[in-house]
Ligand binder design. Structure first.
Ligand SMILES: *Cc1c(COP(=O)(O)O)cnc(C)c1O
Length: 863
């Protein structure tokens, strides 16, 4: 509940939540009422909470419109280099509060809604998440959009407007049940359809080779209808665009085919064509070679490239008489970033356009393509790498297959010239995998077709150079780079944890929100008792608030004085939720054995979605809930150990639980988690990390000091050595009594008395090295429990972590992409377009200089 703020509280909140001036508030109220009346066509007698949410959303949206138009106009006038971020996922979450934060409207809206007798937080809770992503990869794309706008880059996010995003997860009797995410049911106030920019996308057909060139003919056409969503930068008046495509059948779809059943059937069949943008594939780090997915990947790429080339040709630069309209300058004006291999078809599609439509030679087209495209790798897990069967390709995209074959022919020619007679190397490096079903290796296509290839954390970038892509590194070392992931401090601190943002701002001002490296100056306060107390108090408030939320939403009571030990992320074997389960069972057994010892109370929360077809992941959810049933109802244990499965983990739930967490579980097998970004969100929100030397955890330890994290377990080299030696789960099982006891309880039905064999299969998992890290993990958890008893020492360690967080802002990440891959300069705040749009004024003084020429002197004034 938001209560009226005292004047002092208001003044305190002004810096991070924006000013609530009287005029501002009055205008907001007027516009809110106007939208309720004219947009929603309701009065206050019949308006629902959702109507009020929509009225507020429209009121806030109005503040974006002028800035959005002016930013796009400005890009047209200045014609800077554009960057296109192509992604099959944009995990945006909610938009209302983010817009208010970036436009500094939050306090004023809070006051306005309060004066109208409404609770703004309740209205915000009516907004559906835009869940157009699975996990880290999709959320990264969303954080990047925020940073690109904040850094003033002329950037566009391009993706698919899925009618159904990631499913909603229900847990029924401990089992995951999926529900369709009908997020557009009540309409989406943040998007604007642009039917005038609809574009055709071709599928199937055949290829004709004529003397005057190649033609792809007899294709089936689906239309791509763009929907634009504004992406505001942080308080800089810049508003970029995320353009998502929706599939539309053309009016004449099937209408000429009298054999398919005539007019009625033809109209009904339009639904089939529109299935392309129906639903997000719910796999995280897993490749499922379905035709509809390949259609989605081509659909977004084909529509987007038409847009890119149209905008390039329509630009002042591209269309001036002086500079002849010439696609060879495309790489100077356009950068295309591929978020994993999912949009890899951009490479053959750009080649097709340049050769077949623009009539350029292969060599010219290839030079343009490689200099324009760059590829980000997100995983080394073999089951996640895209390898599309050639048969599927041949049928759906015959011209693209031809182009890929020719790319491969030239690529292998080069390799065999470098390594004569090394046939095994040619086989390893081919874009076409032979043997059984022929497949196209999309990662190989991306590496060959890009000028830059990057991993997403230092350790991951090293691994791809040394292992999966070593052959490619050997021939093109200059292509390989690292870009450690980051998160936007706007959503993941200012928005979700205003209390902490304010405590920091009181000490170091609020510039750190744009320049997170400034957090290091908090080290000055690490021994300041008042600061330590403030940090601890904010955490306690967040824990209480989350406890209330859990009780209201799910009727579960938790002890807010216990340690909140949280693992939230997709359920996956490599992320080792099972290792967490073994710790829970061990704690339980220890409490039962010595019930009178002074155990550090813990509330262990685990949340995450399992891909619907991933049986083991679903069993892990069932196991967690089954353990909870036993542990939570044991009166000997009481409130010293509770196990909660957090249902339907998504961006909005992350924003609620992460600020309340004391301990962040980042326990993947070393070498498997490319980066992780959840780890960074917890660190920024004042949780301590228990983790392996994997992904970005390594750099977090570097930045905060290894002594300020709880690092345990095998390093990558140990895992490799173990893999070589052969992994024998039984060796650990027989040697470690507490491990044996826990495993026996799982497989013996202790947690599933009604069905003793239920967990037989998962208990002795040989696929991941869970047992090998068990002992070290348990010992490390003992250190965690011991330190937690000392609030002051714990909080000092938290401060070291917050102070070491600067590197993990996505602003830093995007700055590096811009300079090191895109060839763009992020604009300094002082001369950003945004400020010039608003409060910079130019004074021109013309004069005749001594040499007789007319000179002009320009002054810029800021007011
Ligand atoms: C940040 C985030 C992730 C990624 O978490 P990891 O722990 O890095 O896998 C997944 N889902 C949501 C909703 C997120 O906000």
């Amino acid at each position: 509940m938001s209560k009226p703020l005292t004047d002092q509280e208001k003044r305190k909140q002004i810096s991070v939540r924006g000013l609530a001036g009287v005029e501002n508030v009055a205008d907001l109220k007027t516009n809110f009422n106007r939208h309720l009346h004219f947009t929603l066509v309701k009065d206050r007698n019949v308006a629902t909470k959702r109507d009020y949410y929509f009225a507020l959303a429209h009121t806030v949206r109005d503040h974006l419109v002028g800035r959005w138009i002016r930013t796009q106009q400005h890009y047209y006038e200045k014609d800077p280099k554009r960057v296109y971020y192509l992604s099959l996922e944009f995990y945006m979450g909610r938009t209302l509060q983010n817009t208010m934060v970036n436009l500094a409207l939050e306090n004023a809206c809070d006051e306005a809604t309060y004066q109208l007798g409404l609770d703004m937080e309740e209205l915000q809770d009516m907004e559906e998440d835009a869940g157009l992503g699975n996990g880290g990869l999709g959320r990264l794309a969303a954080c990047f959009l925020d940073s690109m706008a904040t850094l003033g880059l002329a950037a566009y996010g391009y993706g698919i407007r899925y009618e159904f995003g990631i499913f909603n997860q229900k847990v029924v009797n401990g089992w995951q049940v999926e529900e369709a995410d009908d997020w557009l049911r009540y309409g989406n106030p943040w998007e604007k359809a642009r039917p005038e920019y609809m574009r055709p996308v071709h599928f199937y057909g055949r290829v004709e080779h004529n003397p005057d060139g190649v033609k792809w003919v007899d294709t089936q056409v689906i239309l791509a209808l763009p929907y634009d969503t504004p992406v505001p930068g942080y308080r800089n008046n810049i508003v970029n665009t995320m353009r998502l495509w929706s599939a539309k059948a053309p009016c004449e779809f099937h209408l000429k085919d009298f054999n398919v059943g005539g007019y009625i059937q033809a109209v009904l069949d339009k639904n089939l064509a529109e299935n392309i943008s129906r639903v997000l594939y719910p796999n995280d780090n897993f490749f499922e070679g379905k035709e509809l997915r390949l259609k989605q990947e081509y659909f977004v790429v084909a529509a987007t490239l038409q847009d890119i080339i149209r905008r390039f040709k329509a630009s002042k630069f591209g269309s001036t008489e002086v500079v002849r309209m010439d696609l060879t300058t495309l790489p100077d004006k356009v950068a295309i970033q591929l978020n994993d291999t999912h949009p890899a078809l951009a490479i053959p599609e750009l080649m097709r356009i340049l050769i077949d439509d623009e009539k350029l030679t292969w060599d010219t087209a290839w030079d343009i393509t490689v200099r324009t495209c760059a590829y980000t790798n997100h995983t080394v897990l073999p089951e996640a790498l895209e390898r599309w069967p050639v048969d599927l390709f041949q049928n759906l995209l015959p011209r693209h297959l031809e182009i890929i074959y020719e790319v491969n022919r030239r690529h292998l020619e080069r390799i065999s010239a470098l390594y004569p007679g090394d046939h095994d190397r040619l086989r390893r490096m081919s874009l076409v995998e032979e043997g059984g079903q022929k497949k196209i290796n999309m990662a190989h296509l991306c590496i060959v077709g890009s000028h830059a290839v990057n991993g997403v954390a230092q350790i991951h970038s090293d691994i791809i150079k040394d292992t999966v892509f070593k052959d490619f590194y050997d021939v093109d070392p200059q292509k390989f780079q690292n870009k450690t992931n980051g998160i936007t401090p706007r959503r993941w601190l200012v928005m979700c944890n205003p209390g902490l943002a304010e405590v920091i701002a009181e000490r170091i001002g609020e510039d750190y929100i744009r320049d997170l490296s400034q957090l290091k100056s908090l080290l000055k306060f690490v021994d300041d008792d008042a600061f330590i107390r403030d940090i601890a108090n904010v955490k306690q408030e967040n824990k209480l608030k989350f406890a209330v939320h859990l009780e209201e939403q799910f009727k579960v009571k938790i002890n807010p004085n216990s340690m909140f030990d949280v693992q939230v992320k997709r359920i996956h074997e490599y992320k080792r939720q099972l290792l967490n389960c073994l710790h829970i069972i061990t704690l339980y057994n220890r409490i039962k054995k010595e019930p009178n010892k002074a155990w550090t109370p813990r509330t262990i929360m685990i949340g995450g979605k399992a891909a619907p077809g991933y049986h083991t992941a679903k069993m892990i959810i069932k196991l967690i809930t089954a353990i909870g049933e036993v542990v939570n109802n044991d009166s000997v244990v009481g409130d010293r150990l509770k196990v909660i499965f957090l249902e339907n983990y998504r961006v909005t739930l992350a924003e609620k639980v992460i600020p309340a967490a004391d301990l962040s579980e980042q326990i993947s097998t070393a070498g498997t988690e490319a980066s992780g970004t959840g780890n960074m969100k917890f660190m920024l929100n004042g949780a301590l990390t228990i983790g392996t030397m994997d992904g970005a955890n390594v750099e977090m330890a570097e930045e905060a000091g290894e002594e300020n994290l709880f690092i345990f377990g095998m390093r990558v080299k140990d895992v490799e050595a173990l893999d070589k030696k052969g992994y024998d789960a039984l060796e650990y099982y027989n040697r470690i009594p507490e491990l044996k006891q826990a495993v026996d309880q799982i497989s013996g039905g202790f947690f599933s008395p009604g069905e003793p064999d239920q967990f037989k299969d998962i208990s002795l998992s040989h696929t991941v090295t869970v047992f090998a890290d068990y002992e070290d993990y348990i010992q490390c958890q003992e250190k965690v429990s011991a330190l937690y008893k000392n609030t002051k020492e714990w909080t000092k360690m938290v401060i070291h972590n917050i102070a070491g967080c600067g590197k993990f802002s996505s602003d830093r990440t995007i700055g590096q992409y811009a300079r090191e891959i895109w060839g763009m300069e992020p604009i300094h705040d002082d001369d950003c377009y945004g400020n010039s749009l608003r409060n910079h004024h130019f004074i021109f003084i013309f004069f005749v200089c001594v040499c007789g020429c007319v000179c002009v002197c320009v002054f810029r004034l800021k007011f």
